[in-house]
Design a protein around this ligand. Sequence first.
Ligand code: AP5
Length: 211
Amino acid sequence: MKIIVFLGAPGSGKGTQAKSLADRLGFIHFSTGDMLREAIQRKEPVGVQANQYIVKGELVPDPVMIELIENALSPLNNTATVVLDGFPRTLPQAKALDSSAKTKVSIAVSFSVPQNVLVDRLTGRRICKQCGASYHTVFLPPKQDFICDKCQGPLFQRPDDNQSVVVNRLKVFESQNADLLKHYESTHRLVTVNGDRPVNVVQSDLDRLLG
Ligand code: AP5
């Protein structure tokens, strides 16, 4: 199995680019944020537990996250190429992946975006309730207000995309990120991509790097 991990602050474009790689190149994409939100919607115990952390912009405890991702990866066969978007977020999570030959990370891509841009991206993000497509009120508005271009579903704002939770999410990210970068840099697996450019430009860089 080839494992690619996307690192980067909330709003740095990990999800946008991971979805695009999955659609265009057939990579398997796991977003731990999406997995938790689905579990919340289905009122599963892991979702109920995770929601207490997500609404405050805190991280869900490592053992819960490690089990979630191990369960997702274990059925896959060795020929799969997988993009993990939002995992790992802590050093113990990174070490858990590397502890097995099957899930050892091949490359870590870190998206670098200035803080003020991140706040604008997150507070303006709108998501389709039906198909999960992501829009932005200014950078990527839907053709019709509050309606998804792709499936005509209603658009909503994630509860953790309000200004005060966003500020805490960014603080939490800063507290963990240096250790993660060091972990991958010291083992020559880290690549940094400038995420503060148009989506298609970032995408071309990733295609060159990973395609
Ligand atoms: P999660 O859903 O993973 O949130 P996040 O990391 O905070 O990431 P986002 O989805 O907000 O940002 P993104 O980088 O994917 O950006 P996107 O492409 O959408 O996690 C939510 C919560 O779950 C966490 O806070 C935590 O509680 C919990 N959790 C999840 N994983 C965990 C773990 N491993 N351990 C512990 N807890 C965990 O883009 C954002 C916006 O910008 C969009 O509107 C998009 O259209 C726009 N945009 C994207 N790229 C560009 C560009 N190049 N130019 C202009 N606009 C752009």
